[in-house]
Design a protein around this ligand. Structure first.
Ligand SMILES: [Zn+2]
Length: 112
């Protein structure tokens, strides 16, 4: 029996469907969303602030708004802390703490 592990911080986020064309700059379409980095080999995941990840891409001159999430995930330079593999996928996700009404409020503010 493997030892129980505490849930990863991002594990309760609700993923937003993404496709191969989804780019890091698309976070602006989902006000309040997080960037979810998840291991494809096990269920470990954590979330990031997408604005900060985008700013980092700019700083490193490795990408910008149009950089696809699949390419951002490919740049992750470390292995999964749970299973040791490096099979990452990335998509946006609603944080577990974001309620429906809060999401609507943020979306309304983004439109104005
Ligand atoms: Zn893993």
């Amino acid at each position: 029996m493997p030892a129980p592990r505490p849930p990863a911080p991002g594990s309760t986020a609700r993923p937003i469907p993404a496709d191969a064309a989804t780019a890091i700059g698309d976070f602006a379409r989902y006000p309040g969303c997080r960037l979810l980095l998840a291991c494809s080999a096990c269920s470990w995941s954590r979330t990031y602030n997408p604005e900060r990840v985008l700013r980092r891409l700019h700083e490193l001159r490795t990408g910008g708004h149009a950089t696809r999430l699949t390419d951002v995930a490919r740049r992750v330079g470390w292995n999964c802390p749970a299973c040791g593999r490096a099979r990452w996928r990335m998509q946006f996700a609603w944080p577990a703490t974001l309620t429906e009404s809060e999401a609507r409020r943020l979306a309304a503010r983004a439109r104005n």
